[in-house]
Write a protein that binds this ligand. Structure first.
Ligand code: NI
Length: 173
């Protein structure tokens, strides 16, 4: 397995729509494993393929706590097929928007359908952090970030902060 480079804002790749996966083969399975390893290493609870520069509709998620057994999801061509009327507001972050957090409103529960790495169709009914994470990751596949839920002023401020922090890190290297 290998660690992949995570694309950060304001990279235009993050605004692109990803293409449907047509073929599930060993190369694709390796990419999913690499994405999972990259996510655990970051550390994060979700990672979408465009965040590592791959414009394909797939995401990895694991919202298990440190003291729990790992519970990785590898979702290919995922879609949300149902959701609750109730919503929740939760502070979100994103590995492509490092160290920035802001409240976003999401459906409290969602049902998602996807194909797993063996080509089998799966359905998951999620609540809590998993439901939030599924909604956040699936938006990446349509070029949308959590900061796109915020006002333009707030969004621009966050992107400027990320750029400033990155310049500061580069200068100190
Ligand atoms: Ni994200």
């Amino acid at each position: 397995m290998a660690l992949l480079k995570i694309v950060e804002v304001p990279d235009p790749l993050l605004k692109k729509k990803s293409a449907k996966v047509e073929n599930i083969d060993d190369a694709l399975r390796k990419t999913l494993d690499d994405m999972l390893e990259t996510m655990y290493d970051a550390p994060g609870v979700g990672l979408a393929a465009p965040q590592v520069g791959i414009l394909k509709r797939m995401v990895v998620i694991d919202v298990s706590r440190e003291d729990e057994p790992k519970r990785p999801y590898k979702m290919i061509n995922p879609v949300i097929t149902a959701h609750s009327d109730e919503t929740v507001v939760h502070d979100e972050g994103c590995l492509s928007v490092p160290e920035q957090y802001a409240p976003v409103e999401r459906y409290e529960t969602v049902t998602a359908e996807y194909t797993d790495e063996n080509g089998k169709r799966q359905t998951v009914r999620a609540d809590g952090l998993l439901a939030i994470c599924i909604q956040h990751e699936l938006e990446h596949l349509d070029g949308k970030l959590f900061i796109d839920h915020l006002s333009k002023v707030k969004r621009d401020m966050i992107v400027r902060r990320v750029e400033k922090e990155r310049r500061w890190k580069q200068d100190s290297e």
